[in-house]
Design a protein around this ligand. Sequence first.
Ligand code: OAD
Length: 254
Amino acid sequence: MQQLQAARAILQAAGGRPGALCVLTGAGMSAESGIPTFRDALSGLWARFDPAELASEEGFRAHPQRVWDWYAERREGVRRAQPNAGHHALADHARRWPGRLVLVTQNVDDLHQRAGNADAIRLHGDILADRWLQTCPRRPACSTPDARPGRPPHCGVCGNLLRPGVVWFGEELPPSALAAARSAAEACTVMLVVGTSGAVWPAAGLVGQARQHGAKVIIVNPAASEIDDEAHWVLRGTAAQALPLLLDDTVPGV
Ligand code: OAD
C-alpha cells in the first residue's frame, strides 16, 4: 500500500500540462477482459506452433489459411471482450484532464478505443483491420471491399491476399506511431507502464528513454518484467485493480 501511495503522489505532482503523463500498455492491460496475453494466446490448439509461424509474413505465406484462422479466432475474442476497469480508469482520467495523458499501446485490440481513448498511439497495429499482403501493381489497385471471400480473402484479379493489419515479427513499426510514442516518452514527467513483459523492442525501449529524459517511471504488473529495473516504483498488481486506485480523483498538482 505504501508503494501505491508513493506512486499516487508522483502522479499528482506531475502537474496538469499536456503530455505530463505517458502511459505505455501491453497485453496484460486486456487480460482481465478475457483476452489472453500474447504469450498465453498460443494455447490450446495453437500451442504446437511457434509464434513466428503465426505472427510473421513468412508464416502467412507458407500457411495463409492457418494464420488467417488464428487471427479470426483472436478477432472473435476481441469482439466478445469488454474494456475493464483499467481501461475505463485511463479513459476517465483523459476526459477529466484533456491533453495530460498520452496513451501508447502495444495492444492490437480495440479496448482502449472502446473505453474512450480514441487517440491511443497503436505501435503494433489493429487486429480488426485488414490490409493487402503486397502492393498491387494495377491501377486502380486492389480495393479491400472488393476482396473475394476466403480464408484469407483475396483479389479476384491479381490474386493478392488480405492479411491482418498488425505488425508481424521482423516488420517495422508504423514510423509515425513510433515517432509520436518517442516524443511522448521524452516529454512526459511520469511514465506509467502497465501489463507488459518488456520483451519486445522498440516498444520496451520507450521506458528507458522516458527515464533518461528525467521522467519518473511506475510499473504495474503482477509479475516481474524485463524492464522492472527501469522503474522508480513497481506495483505488484493488475491493471483493473491498480489503475482506478492510481488515477481516480488524482488531481494534478497544478
Ligand atoms: P506479453 O504476453 O509478453 O506480457 C504480458 C505481461 O502482462 C506480462 O508481464 C504479465 O505479467 C502481465 N500481466 C498479466 N496479467 C496482467 C494483468 N491483469 N494486469 C497487468 N499485467 C498483467 O505481452 P506484451 O508485453 O504486450 O507484438 O508483448 C509485447 C508484444 O510481444 C506484443 O505486442 C506482441 C508480441 O510480439 C506484436 O504483436 C507485434
